[in-house]
Design a protein around this ligand. Sequence first.
Ligand code: UD1
Length: 338
Amino acid sequence: MKILVTGGAGFIGSHTVVELVNAGYEPVIIDNFSNSEHSALEGLQQILGRDVICYENDCNDPDALDTIFQKEQITGIIHFAAYKAVGESVASPMKYYRNNLDSTMLLLEKMEQYGVKNFVFSSSCTVYGQPEKLPVTEETPRLPAQSPYGNTKAICEDIIRDVVRANAPIKAISLRYFNPIGAHPSALIGELPLGVPSNLVPFVTQTAAGLREKITIFGDDYNTPDGTCIRDYIHVVDLAKAHVQALRLLDKQTEGNYYDVFNVGTGQGNTVLELVQTFEEVNDLKLNYSLGPRRPGDVEKIYAEVDKVNNIMGWKAEKTLADSLRDAWRWQQKLTSK
Ligand code: UD1
């Protein structure tokens, strides 16, 4: 079964392509390479021992989508392609709304047109804001988004839900990711941040590699055991496997009108300092870091309740924080040695 993977050359997309092939699906990538590199395709080729079909197009391009849907027998879509920098979204909201909303709406329209039934959407725990009660379940109310980026995730979830309600043949799942980190254990694919990374782990690995002088930990006065923020860090390979399980669950739904949301995390929260210390321990090195002021917009703590995804989807995170940080470092070393 051919699955269209938008943003399939990106960080989570490329790892999902591997797991799709392992599970017997045939991925078809569409990626405009605006935030990914062709080297990801080479990495995939090496891991899989063969090429993956890839269309170098924008998934906002209706003609390109027509070509793909006419040529390939697509049975499902996993929609990763989106802008994702929180700070940039505050500075350029229209760029985010235009890109992230348009692509989702266009794909849904094309699904109707070509009779494609299954849709998996990349959502984010950002839709919960700072929840009152932890861990967050899927019933935890969504809070007003802190950024246009976060708002695009919430709005897309709503659009998908409404389209599913109105169009019986389409079935969809939104996966609310917690913090994806790590890299493929082969070190052949991983995260490729453009410019200065804004996410924690790429900044940590670039600092350890000497590409950055030091890392600042944003805030040490939060109401947490060591004063730094708490997140639920999930290995990208585990996260990739959740997409396969989502497709399988969609395949099992015989009726249309099926829409559901799932948290995808480990269920465990770690502070920033715990992550830094684990990184130092498992990789046997010292990281140059300092404690600095809070970053505006950061939530204090968030981690997932994962009963629903465990029980209904039959998916569970298998890798530890140590595994993730070992793999992230191996990937960084590979990049720096090039
Ligand atoms: C954010 C978004 C998330 C989005 C992700 C993608 C929110 C609440 N979360 O995650 O939805 O999918 O970005 O980009 O909008 N930190 C440091 N120093 C650094 C970098 C980060 O201390 O140099 C800390 C942050 O304060 C935070 C933690 O590390 O506590 C994780 O930060 P980051 O990796 O940027 O992810 P989130 O902000 O959690």
